[in-house]
Write a protein that binds this ligand. Sequence first.
Ligand code: AMP
Length: 429
Amino acid sequence: MKISAVKGFRDVLPEESDRWNWIESTARELFTRYNYRELRLPIAEKIGLFSRSIGESSDIVEKEMYSFEDRDGSILALRPEGTASVVRAYVEHSLYVKEAVSKLFYVGPMFRRERPQKGRYRQFHQIGLEVLGRDDPAIDAEVIVLIDDLLGRLGVSQARVRISSLGDGQCRPAYREALVEFGRAHVDALCDNCRRRLEQNPLRLLDCKEEGCQAVTADAPSMDRYLCAPCRDHFDAVCAILTGEGVDYAVDQRLVRGLDYYCRTAFEIVAEGLGSQNAVGGGGRYDGLVKAMGGPEIPGVGAALGLERLAMVAGETPLHGGAEIFIAPLGADADLIAARLAHGLRRHGVAVEAESGAKSLKSHMRRADKLGVRWVVILGEQELGRGAASIRDMSAKLDFQCAIPLDSRPEDFFDGLRRLAAEPVSRPA
Ligand code: AMP
């Protein structure tokens, strides 16, 4: 019986991998330019890390975590997101002692037991970034501008940032109270989840996907009326930079992150072409998290982008630089020469595919054509006899005999090919 992959866990086949590699390398290059450095984090963590950081009443912790008992009885979880691990590592290694500001990024798989659908998987991948040690609006804006920059480089058209301010410890409690009161007044119209979480996590009301709840909360009080002056100034300063940089954004006070340590800036990036799962990424400020994880009072801001969703909305993948030369030996005797030539050229930095001498010329040509190589080096009996290959220039569709001896150094052989290409004169094969 065939064994298939687990539901919600996908294979990334070579063509898609080329795309992912392009997205990842574009992101890495950009991170370097913005002075972010990579953190490679473990995939499993103690489960308490996530219940403490993401919150007991979040969907993730309540029902989506892949957790299991290790042989020593401890309960571990496959990480559902990256921020918790970044902050754990930051505190565990006291990075704040070494540097006043840490700008970090990570790339890797995350696991959530959600209902799989287009753009939503149980193993998915995120590119994330976190800045620890800065609380000024310029850095919130920098994170968003970086993402906007990345989306531009990847040819994502029609991306838009939704942004809001969640206030802080000064002004949010009054808003929270107002929301609870509003929720209580409409409790009969709320879904079970919202009803259950109302007292504990009232901000979640605003991002409930149930139609009934959305209808009710259309009239819910809005955070912007409750923002204190410092939070208002911070938000205005973030928006001013985004405007100055030409970022397409819209203020949307319904955007929330329902956890206590999230504060001030919250944002989400939505793109067309994703269907109902239209968020490519999201992030925000989390000034209380480092302290909640046992570290000093250090502010943080960050974001995460979904790689699968980026791959769905990014422009065309630049052409993959595949093999340039195809070596076509004919007969077992030619295999040895083919191997020597192929390995020599590869060591010299040329991408080469070499086939087996057991194949026919026709089959060699068919495969070379499919690979899109520039040259086919034919090594038949005749060629071996005279000590020089026949060459087919696939782009000029020309066959010619090669004057370059088969025992020349690989670099001379390759230079010879390039010289032939520079003077494309028709020669008889
Ligand atoms: P979050 O950590 O929930 O803020 O998600 C950040 C981004 O990760 C989202 O905007 C998506 O692009 C991506 N993402 C989250 N969950 C999934 C999933 N189950 N499958 C695919 N991508 C996801």
